[in-house]
Design a protein. Structure first.
Ligand SMILES: [Zn+2]
Length: 409
């Protein structure tokens, strides 16, 4: 793989070229097979990035090209030995040219902000941290068949928070043809934070991954306890690479469940700007997609009320919950089914029968998993841990056993 950056009029343009032993079929860290649609993309921050350390440009490029890179990558400017070593140790990839000093860590922690409940919870916990929002824009060479995706609405809501928000536009999701446009690696959502890290003096980037995504294998992939999660653990390949670029990832809510991040977000000042659905209009979420139904289950459980939805069990978006488990985000299905009144009259009736959860069997999902705090880098560990222990009971041995045997029972 060869990559090259060109800055023009505030936009950073990445072009890439496959080596002879590489082809357009690749594989993401989570195991998803992907196909490349085009050989370039752009990132345009709302403010000029200025001088950018070569390790940051290499990191940003890597979030785009990692799925297709086999054994070596050639950057257009030298990366530090530390950065090259992280690529080698994490992926077995020879990176070069090598030379120059690593990037010194900055002092500011920014939030990679999507507007969903998880990142709104992070924003509520870190009230002074700047928000950086990724906005999908069209690609000049790839047609957009996903026009229902309302990135303009998400940006408007982010700005309505009244926080320090920096929007970063990019077409990098269109580098993917298959299975659909999206982040080549999930880490590409941090494109803006990576590109602006020097300008904004960033020493870390905070993300809204909760206990399910960080420790329970995530909804989309495996369903088991994953202390060595290659994407989000502090010591995994991605965690090590971001730290080598002086921009460690910080997961403030990785010790609590999606129900608890929902609770934080909906009781915060950001409540009116929280939006987890990418469809819908300026006023509200669509209410018709699978994500809306899933989040409604969690919200109803948190608010202790019956489900409000017009989706019935025979709808295609509800099909997955008519089948036996495992389900993506199963811990939240258990939590919701144990708490939502009249669950037997909802699209989750079958899931409730299969899982038979109780208040007691799901109580661990209201408590803090301490190993998640140990992963938070200094100087942010102490204030985040203080917030968490003030708001949530710490898991006992039985709770921890439920986390650490997840998916193996
Ligand atoms: Zn929706």
């Amino acid at each position: 793989m060869r990559v090259k950056w060109r800055e023009h009029d505030g936009a950073w343009e990445l072009s890439l070229r496959l080596d002879a032993d590489e082809d357009i079929t690749g594989e993401v860290t989570d195991g998803q097979r992907v196909e490349m649609a085009t050989n370039g993309c752009r990132v345009r921050p709302a403010v000029p990035a200025g001088e950018v350390h070569p390790d940051l440009l290499a990191l940003l490029a890597w979030t785009v090209v990692a799925p297709w890179t086999r054994s070596r990558i050639v950057f257009d400017r030298p990366v530090s030995p530390e950065f090259a070593r992280a690529l080698h140790d994490g992926w077995g990839v020879e990176a070069g040219p090598v030379g120059g000093a690593p990037r010194p860590r900055g002092r500011v922690l920014a939030i990679s902000y999507s507007g969903g409940a998880d990142s709104a919870a992070v924003a509520a916990i870190l009230p002074d941290a700047p928000l950086i929002t990724f906005q999908r824009v069209g690609h000049t060479r790839v047609p957009n068949r996903w026009t229902h995706y309302r990135s303009d609405t998400l940006v408007r809501l982010a700005k309505a928070t009244g926080r320090d928000v920096t929007v970063v536009q990019s077409d990098l999701e269109f580098v993917l043809r298959y299975p659909r446009p999206g982040f080549p690696e999930h880490h590409a959502v941090m494109a803006g934070a990576i590109l602006l890290a020097d300008r904004m003096d960033l020493g870390g980037v905070a993300l809204g991954y909760e206990i399910g995504s960080r420790w329970l294998g995530g909804g989309r992939y495996v369903h088991r306890y994953t202390p060595d999660n290659p994407m989000w653990s502090g010591h995994g390949p991605w965690g090590t690479l971001f730290a080598a670029a002086g921009l460690p990832m910080v997961l403030p809510v990785a010790g609590i469940s999606e129900a608890m991040t929902m609770k934080i977000a909906l009781s915060s000042k950001l409540r009116d700007q929280v939006r987890w659905c990418l469809r819908g209009d300026a006023e509200s979420a669509c209410g018709r997609c699978g994500k809306c139904l899933y989040k409604e289950l969690i919200q109803a459980a948190v608010e202790g009320r019956p489900l409000r939805t017009e989706i019935t069990a025979d709808r295609p978006v509800a099909q997955k919950w008519q089948r036996p488990p495992p389900y993506g985000g199963q811990e939240m299905i258990e939590y919701g089914c144990a708490r939502v009144p009249n669950i037997e009259t909802t699209p989750f009736a079958k899931a409730a029968e299969y899982l038979r959860p109780t208040i007691e069997s799901t109580r661990w999902l209201e408590r803090l998993y301490p190993p998640a705090m140990a992963e938070i880098p200094e100087p942010w560990r102490e204030p985040i841990e203080r917030y968490m222990t003030e708001h949530f009971p710490v898991m006992d041995a039985d709770d921890r056993r439920r986390v650490e045997t997840w998916g193996s029972r």
